[in-house]
Design a protein around this ligand. Structure first.
Ligand SMILES: [Fe+2]
Length: 154
């Protein structure tokens, strides 16, 4: 990419992976909202409040990833169709019990971390420190969430 002085081919590869992460993170944002809205039972207060923090954090992630795609010379899609097509996260058609939903979130955040690690490596190979740095902080925050979610359902 000319403006950022990055190799064009490598930059395209990074953008392609970032698009997958954008769609997947957007899907997890929606899924987390669904849990926030539909949770019921004894853990209502805790899960409702915690998922509020999570979807706000995911919203920030979606924004940062979309902005990075554009900084790398790409176009950041903003339609349900494109987000759904790009996502690797399966959305929930109905709310199950809170434990099952939190277990699903652990797997979804782990999927995002695997994708972000791959992007970090490809970006490092492209000397794209901006993306590497963004992915490393993304990984750190989602790994922390995986730890907290896992502990909450032990
Ligand atoms: Fe709310």
């Amino acid at each position: 990419m000319a403006d950022l002085n990055l190799d064009k081919t490598k930059c395209e590869e990074v953008r392609g992976l970032l698009l997958q992460l954008l769609g997947s993170t957007f899907a997890l944002y929606l899924k987390t909202l669904g849990i926030h809205w539909n949770v019921k039972g004894a853990n209502f207060r805790g899960v409702h409040t915690w998922t509020n923090e999570q979807y706000e954090s995911l919203q920030g992630d979606v924004d940062a990833i979309g902005e990075r795609i554009v900084q790398l010379g790409g176009y950041a899609p903003a339609t349900f169709e494109e987000m759904g097509h790009l996502s690797q996260v399966m959305l929930a058609r109905e709310f199950r019990d809170a434990g099952a939903m939190l277990r699903a979130l652990v797997e979804d955040h782990a999927l995002l971390v695997r994708l972000a690690r791959k992007i970090s490596q490809v970006a490092a190979n492209a000397s794209d420190g901006g993306t590497t740095s963004l992915m490393d902080s993304f990984i750190q925050s989602h790994e922390k969430l995986i730890w907290m979610l896992s502990k909450s359902i032990e």
